[in-house]
Every structure is written in structure tokens, then in C-alpha cells.
Design a protein around this ligand. Sequence first.
Ligand code: HEC
Ligand code: HEC
Ligand code: HEC
Ligand code: HEC
Ligand code: HEC
Length: 447
Amino acid sequence: MKRGNVIFLAIFFVLTPFIAIGAEMGKFQYEDFKKPTKCRTCHKGIYQEWQQSLMSQSFTHHWDDVEYFKLALPHALKLDKVAGVKGGCVACHGPLAFLTGDIPPKPPAAGTRVNEGVSCEICHSITGSTEKEPFNFSFVIEPGKVKFGPRSDGQSSFHDVKYSKFIRSSELCATCHDEQSPYGAWVKETYREWKAGPYAKEGIRCQDCHMYRAPGKSARGGKLRTDMAHHAFHGAHFPNKMAGAVDIALYADANQITPDSSIKVRTELFNGKVGHSIPSGSSEERMLWLEMVAIDAKGKTYYLALDKKGFQGEDYTISNAKALAYQAMGEIMGMKEFQGVKRDGDIPDGVRIFRRPFLDPKGRMTICQWYTAENTLVDYRIGPQETKIETYSWNIPKDISPGPVTIKAILYYSLVPSSVGEFLQLMPSEYAPINVNTATLTIQGAK
Ligand code: HEC
Ligand code: HEC
Ligand code: HEC
Ligand code: HEC
Ligand code: HEC
């Protein structure tokens, strides 16, 4: 890139608050960063783990590709206020493009080095942040001979090693995991949720839950460690990480079915495993929801009715097949008369959704986190170590089948509303419901 362009871009970005906090754009050359395949020659195990994780796919992953090239980039070229996301998205998702000033980058299909995503060299060259509580890619990065790591007693012929307190801290993760929109809304707050919660107080870091430790060697020719840090980074894309993340307990106010009467069921949902809210991260599109049914002895299924609580913004937390949202997508794509798609995808009507709605400057719900002006109206997610209690009523039919009834609670999670997934033609695996947990309670049949 020509020097003139770099200066032009630098001035351009400094003008937008979104970008001003971030790492310096265009300061480096591609050659300053080694390829992950180079690291693989000695760190084979870690390389394999990283390759399976979303870190290696942060730019190439289909949904990221679609959101940047179909929505964010065209929007940035059209609307001044969000112009900064042209480089901003890439600073976290394809840091090499940002650091070398290759903005906008070529799409993943072009096979450039941007596809390396959040690579070994990115994390292991970060030395700190310009912010005490980092966000918006505010990392300070010094690529070179020294690899910053959690120890300092390892020896390598290829590079030097240096202990870094920052690499060992949750603040490293915060540089990319917390994000403020150009409108000043906190649109990703995983670090801030963690920081305000019980785990930070106990000194349990992001790494402790997302980079499990086990005995082993991190490198060919390296030392045998009792606590080698693995690079799995399992999150919401790994059903094994989601399974049982929230505990469910069920109670009913009767232990026997009486036809033509009403019973109350109480469901307690305990987030005992997640170090931040669930859902977290990309909250603009994540939903956790609880389906509550009664199944009679013949297998007939009845939905239980949720008792409303009456808090501000509760409507956003109860599924409604008639509600449409995400109109900004159509606007950006130049579709006239676009009414939006179903706000809650295919979730059955009347079901409690644990979510945090994001609103665009026109007050409509949005999945465009960069176009979010307000998201503090209601936050009905489950915080770390928090328990949410929901109550339900069921009017037992007069003619219910004799025999026991099973009350069943099923907790699902989805990354993106299915309606949005279908509209943008994402891969079905991206929006299929994931089963987080199931619980049952049996109530005896009438005498
Ligand atoms: C020639 C082999 C070799 C190559 C290539 C190599 N490393 Fe290493 N690396 C090692 C060895 C050996 C250790 C020491 C492991 C030990 O004993 O704990 C090490 C340690 C590390 C550490 C841990 C530092 C600490 O805190 O102790 C990091 C981080 C690291 N390497 C990153 C990288 C990255 C990033 C690349 C690719 C750019 C890379 N390495 C390429 C051999 C290599
Ligand atoms: C998202 C950031 C990130 C990426 C990407 C990343 N690492 Fe790490 N790595 C870390 C952190 C953080 C630690 C220290 C974990 C801790 O403190 O528990 C670490 C630890 C290590 C260690 C030392 C392990 C030990 O316990 O001795 C090596 C070696 C290493 N990384 C190499 C690599 C290689 C090679 C790659 C690419 C294939 C890579 N890392 C990608 C963040 C990252
Ligand atoms: C340079 C930016 C950057 C840093 C630093 C970083 N991440 Fe990430 N991380 C990302 C991006 C981008 C994604 C989203 C990838 C996607 O969905 O395509 C992500 C995704 C994740 C996920 C979700 C994976 C899933 O299955 O859904 C987890 C978990 C995660 N990171 C943990 C960490 C931890 C722990 C640290 C600190 C040790 C860290 N990250 C540091 C950029 C970063
Ligand atoms: C006590 C363990 C624990 C700690 C500490 C923890 N996490 Fe998590 N994290 C989890 C579990 C379990 C999940 C899977 C459930 C979910 O998606 O919420 C998860 C999910 C995630 C996701 C995917 C969220 C989503 O809904 O898309 C990201 C991103 C993530 N963690 C990053 C981090 C970062 C960054 C930190 C530190 C600031 C951190 N985690 C600290 C346990 C933890
Ligand atoms: C401050 C760093 C940062 C910025 C800036 C950023 N992202 Fe992300 N993005 C992340 C992280 C971290 C995650 C993972 C969160 C999670 O797992 O819930 C993520 C998740 C996503 C996802 C969801 C992926 C999935 O698998 O569900 C998409 C799509 C995405 N980003 C696109 C974008 C676009 C487009 C922009 C620019 C408008 C952008 N991001 C700006 C860090 C960032």
C-alpha cells in the first residue's frame, strides 16, 4: 500500500471513535508475522487444537464472511457514522489485514494470509493494551524474535521466550472480546460480565475455563510440564461445552393429577459453569430458551403457560410468532419494502427467551451490532452463578388420559435466529438449536 493511502486511512479512522481506541492500523508488513504452519513444525499438538477452534476460522468462517462482506462493509461505505467498521471488524477477525493496512481485505475465497485469523503470532506478540479494561482491539503488538508466553524457562532455537503477565491475564482476551459500537453501546461485554462476577474475585481467568491444562509437552524437544495450556477455546460452537452449562430443577405444587384443576410448576435455572452471562459475546443474535411441556400417559403434549413478571422490556423475552425484526439487514441490502423477518425464528409462541435485545438508531431490534444505539432496556440473560426462576400454570384438561404425567423442561440455545439464518442463507448448522439441558418431573395420575 502506498504511503499516501496509509496516511489518508489513518486520518479517516482517527475521526471515528470506534477505531480511535484500537491498535495502530497499517504499521506492519505481512512478513513481520510468521505463518502458523511454521509454528506447527515444533508445536504440533497446539496447532491442531488451534486449527479446530474458531480462532483459526475467525475470518474464513462462513457467517463472518457473510456479515462482513454482505452487511457491514456495504453499510460502512454508505453511512459515515459506521465507516470505521470497515477496518474495525477486521482488526479482531483478520488482524493481519488491519495491522498491514490491507483494508478492506479480499474475501476468504481469495486465499490470502488474512485467512490465518487470530493466529499464534497475534496472541504471542501482544504485549499489553492501551486500556486498563481493554476493548475494541486495543492491543499493543510487537511481532519479532521474542514470543511472549506464560513461562520463561523454555528454550527454543527458533525464537526467544519471554514471560508475559499480560498473556496470562483475562485482559488479553478483553482486547477482542469486549466491543463498543460507534454509537457508544457496549455490544460485547464478556470480559466486563466476568469482571463484575464471582470468578474474577476468585482469580479464575478466561484461560482457566477455555484453555484447559493437563500434563504434557508444548513443543518438540520442550520440557514435560504438569500443567501445559491447551488451545481448545471451546465456546458456543461446541455442543460439548454447552451441554449442562445451566442446571435445571423442577418443582410442582401438587404430587397428583386432578383433572379439571390447575397446577403450578416452578423451574429454577442455575448458571453454575459459565464465567460470564449465558448467552454472552455476540448477544445481538444469541438466544437461550426454555420450553415447558406436560406429557400425559398416552404421549399427548401440552405447553405450560408462562407467568409473566411484568419487568420493563419483558415482551422481548417472550417468543411471539407475529413479531418481525432485523429490518436493517434489508435496508443495507437495498431491498425496498423489506418488513423484516421473524424476531424469534421458529421458537414456539409464549416461550421464555433469555436474551439481551439490541436496538438500532430507529428503535428496531437488530443483529447488526455495529449499528446498535441502545441495548440497556432489558438484559434477561443468566449471569455467572445466578439463578433465574420461572413459574408456569397448567390447566389440566377434564379428559386427560389416566396415568402419570411427565413435566419436561428443555433448554435450547441458538447462535443466530433461524429466520436470519435462512434469510442470509447461512449453513443450517449455524442456526440449528443446541440442546443445553433437559429435566423431567413425574406427577402421579389421578387415583
Ligand atoms: C524449532 C522449533 C520451534 C518452532 C518452529 C517454534 N517454537 Fe515455540 N517453542 C519451542 C520450544 C522447544 C519451546 C519451549 C517449550 C517448553 O519447554 O516449555 C517453545 C516455547 C514457545 C512458547 C512458550 C513460551 C513460554 O512462556 O515458555 C510460545 C508462546 C511459543 N513457543 C510460540 C511459538 C510461535 C508463535 C511459533 C511460530 C511463530 C513457534 N513458537 C515456533 C520450539 C519452537
Ligand atoms: C487467542 C490467543 C492465543 C492464540 C491464538 C494462541 N495462543 Fe498460545 N497461549 C495463549 C495463552 C493465553 C497462553 C497461556 C495460557 C495460560 O496462562 O494458562 C498460551 C500458551 C502457549 C504455550 C505455552 C504452553 C505451556 O503451558 O507451556 C505455547 C507453546 C503456545 N501457547 C503456542 C501457541 C501456538 C503454536 C499457537 C498457534 C498454533 C498459539 N499458541 C495460539 C494464547 C494464544
Ligand atoms: C485478536 C483478537 C482475539 C483475542 C486476543 C482473543 N480472541 Fe477469542 N475470539 C476472537 C474472535 C474474532 C472470535 C470469533 C470467531 C468466530 O466466531 O468466527 C473469538 C471466539 C472465541 C470463543 C468462542 C468460540 C466458540 O466456540 O464459539 C472463545 C471461547 C474465545 N474466543 C476465547 C478467548 C480467550 C479465552 C481469549 C484469551 C486467552 C481470547 N479468546 C482472545 C478474537 C480474539
Ligand atoms: C468458570 C468458567 C468460565 C470462565 C471463567 C469464562 N468462561 Fe467463557 N464460557 C464458559 C462456558 C461453560 C461457556 C459455554 C456456554 C456459553 O456459551 O455461555 C462459555 C462460552 C464463552 C463464549 C461463547 C459465548 C456465546 O454465547 O457466544 C465466549 C466468547 C467466551 N466464553 C469467552 C470468555 C472470556 C473472554 C472469558 C474471560 C473474560 C471467559 N469466557 C471466562 C465458561 C467460562
Ligand atoms: C473488538 C473485537 C471485535 C470487533 C471490532 C468485531 N468482532 Fe465480531 N466477534 C468478535 C468476537 C470475540 C466474537 C465471538 C463472540 C462469541 O463467540 O459470542 C465475534 C463474533 C462475531 C460473529 C458471530 C460468529 C458466530 O459464529 O456466531 C460475527 C458474524 C461477527 N463477529 C462479525 C463481525 C463484524 C461484521 C464486525 C464489524 C461490524 C465485527 N464482527 C466486529 C470480536 C469482534
